[in-house]
Design a protein around this ligand. Structure first.
Ligand SMILES: [Zn+2]
Length: 303
């Protein structure tokens, strides 16, 4: 039995322990560093499937993850797209693979083979550079790999997912898009992850993130968790407007019943044009997304 005085001290100690737990520091994310990785991907050229630049970028991502201590796996698969056989590869970098509770952070790394929304007709069969539409999400996740090798997140193992074949679809037909994430989900045998966060087109220097409607309908708590972090960081680029439905790499995860959202700025005038180049993106936008994700990874405590 404890007397009143002991109970008092017991609670004081509990409060101190709780405060130490809460003040666990969040590692620093560098938007400038991430931006270098965006530029590096673009230095290879457009990374559309079957191109030399696609292969260079694949090796770059794999080497980057290996150098930063991830357990790296690749998934090779092929798909028929407009009478061409695409050789595609998903790349998975895992941290703390033995942990039960897991967060998946994903982005697509392929770029669109055709600038079909370019204002000039002669450009519409050329592949896009995809500085925002592919390189931005990959850049943020690569820098997260550097953070994960240095600082251990509480509770969670992390899987960094790089999907191929997201962006070779025809407008209006869902089955031609998101080939890599579909393949990943179809072949996934592990335990259900606690959270799946996909990022796409988050490098726009005029960053404006609405709540994607599939995410809002299927995973409202995860949306609230992420938006709450942005609010607490005084980030005004995340707003509470609900966007249209966007069929992106989170969708196959939602179909499987997983807790998944897509963080995307779909309001980008250079989308699927030859003008999607690094000068339209900014280190600050990568910083904003990186700060939110870093806090999410290092402060999540449900599982
Ligand atoms: Zn795209």
């Amino acid at each position: 039995m404890m007397n009143n005085k002991n109970i008092f001290y017991f609670f004081i100690i509990l409060i101190i322990i709780a405060q130490i737990g809460c003040s666990k520091s969040i590692p620093e994310f560098s938007g400038d560093k991430a931006f270098q990785y965006l530029e590096k991907q673009c230095s290879f050229g457009p990374r559309n499937p079957n191109s030399d630049s696609h292969l260079l970028c694949k090796n770059y991502i794999i080497n980057f993850l290996e150098e930063n201590g991830a357990e790296v796996k690749t998934q090779d698969f092929s798909a028929e797209v407009r009478n061409e056989t695409y050789n595609l590869t998903n790349i998975i970098g895992s941290y703390y693979p033995q942990r039960r509770n897991r967060i998946f952070i994903g982005a697509h790394w392929d770029t669109r083979p055709w600038a079909d929304l370019d204002s000039l007709e002669e450009n519409r069969n050329l592949p896009i550079m995809g500085a925002n539409d592919a390189a931005s999400g990959v850049a943020v996740i690569l820098h997260l790999a550097e953070i994960l090798i240095k600082y251990e997140p509480p509770l969670f193992g992390i899987d960094l997912l790089f999907f191929d074949g997201e962006d070779a679809g025809t407008q209006g037909t869902n089955d031609e898009w998101c080939l890599g994430s579909k393949y990943f989900v179809e072949n996934y045998q592990g335990r259900e992850p606690d959270f799946v966060v996909i990022i796409d087109m988050i490098g726009d220097s005029d960053l404006n993130i609405n709540i994607e409607r599939y995410s809002y309908q299927n995973s409202p708590e995860l949306v609230e968790q992420i938006w709450k972090i942005a609010r607490a960081q005084n980030i005004s680029n995340f707003n509470t407007k609900i966007s249209d439905f966007i069929y992106d790499d989170h969708y196959p995860f939602l179909e499987k019943g997983f807790n998944a959202i897509d963080i995307i700025d779909f309001d980008y005038p250079y989308w699927h044009t030859l003008q999607d180049t690094p000068d339209k993106c900014s280190p600050l936008s990568l910083q904003i997304i990186g700060d939110v994700l870093t806090e999410f990874i290092y402060k999540s405590n449900e599982g």
